[in-house]
Design a protein around this ligand. Structure first.
Ligand code: C2E
Ligand code: CA
Ligand code: CA
Ligand code: CA
Length: 278
């Protein structure tokens, strides 16, 4: 038994060593890649479901490494968070997104909104609100057209602190959406105390919507919840017309997904918007 234990330990520590080494390697690659300008943003249009017209976009981070490989944010954001790099990267993302919003406005899209993902590591940083204020000032982006997306898992933690921080953020004039809504367990009373503006129905519930009657029950509940609390609701990951149809029937006002547009380069976004205006 002792030998087995030892063998087990050896196996465990070796595989863990590989994993940590891989993580450290990626962290270094990300840090230098960030400095070399390998990160960029893609913008996915968000639309009004009834008319199909775009009212805004979500900024999504992309990483193309030196050798041309694309690494998805699902893989490198956790490493950026783990290493603390997300604080600098997140500030850069925010400034890039705000600058793009200013360019879009100059190009005639005055009512366009920009949604930016904020990691909890970034949000918890003591200077987050100062950083946000400075980014708004420096870029000249109007706060009323800026939305920050925080995940529901974060919305659950340390209620008192979160309520206060969200209140500070709201005072800058930006709005707040709870991302991946339905995947966590926010209680109603908790939700009421948070000064959020929008709930974002997680893609998994949109995918389930065309299955059974039960499949649509979570999406339906979120839409109803939004209505009762006076919050805006957007469905993410809408891929086909059937899903869009059901969401419309359920009274979901807003949507985002491949059915309407993929995440686009700034140039492609402008072209997409101009085509829509025709
Ligand atoms: P998310 O915030 O839930 O973003 C939505 C993801 O769904 C994006 O993946 C988007 O490209 C994808 N998507 C949009 N429409 C569809 C659709 O119709 N079907 C399918 N299958 N997928 C769709 P992406 O860009 O790979 O981002 C993954 C996650 O990485 C994001 O999930 C977000 O949590 C995180 N992320 C991305 N950019 C940033 C960032 O700038 N900062 C932080 N902190 N996190 C980010
Ligand atoms: Ca998001
Ligand atoms: Ca989401
Ligand atoms: Ca998601």
């Amino acid at each position: 038994a002792k030998a087995q234990q030892r063998a087990g330990f050896f196996y465990f520590s070796r595989s863990m060593g590989v994993e940590i080494r891989e993580r450290v390697r990626m962290m270094h690659a990300l840090r230098s890649g960030f400095q070399r300008g390998e990160l960029f943003l893609a913008f996915q249009p968000q639309v009004d479901l009834a008319s199909g017209r775009a009212f805004g976009a979500e900024a999504l981070l992309r990483w193309r490494t030196e050798d041309g490989r694309m690494i998805g944010p699902d893989r490198f954001i956790p490493i950026a968070e783990y290493s603390g790099l997300i604080v600098d990267i997140g500030e850069w993302v925010l400034r890039q997104a705000l600058a793009e919003l200013v360019r879009l406005r100059a190009g005639g899209h005055q009512d366009f909104t920009m949604s930016v993902n904020v990691s909890q590591v970034q949000f918890r940083h003591p200077h987050f609100v100062d950083m946000l204020r400075r980014a708004l000032d420096d870029t000249g982006a109007p706060a009323e057209y800026v939305e920050l997306e925080i995940t529901e898992s974060m919305a659950m933690e340390e209620p008192a602190l979160l309520v206060e921080k969200l209140a500070q953020v709201k005072r800058t004039g930006v709005s707040i959406a709870i991302d991946d809504f339905g995947t966590g367990f926010s209680s109603l009373s908790h939700l009421q105390r948070l000064q959020v503006d929008r709930l974002k129905i997680d893609r998994t519930f949109v995918t389930e919507i065309t299955g059974s009657a039960r499949g649509s029950s979570i999406a339906e509940m979120v839409i109803q919840l939004g209505r009762n609390l006076g919050l805006s609701v957007i469905a993410e990951g809408v891929e086909d017309e059937r899903q869009a149809h059901i969401l419309r029937t359920l009274g979901c006002p807003l949507a985002q997904g491949f059915l309407f547009a993929r995440p686009l380069t700034p140039e492609a976004l402008l072209e997409w918007l101009d085509n829509q205006a025709l």
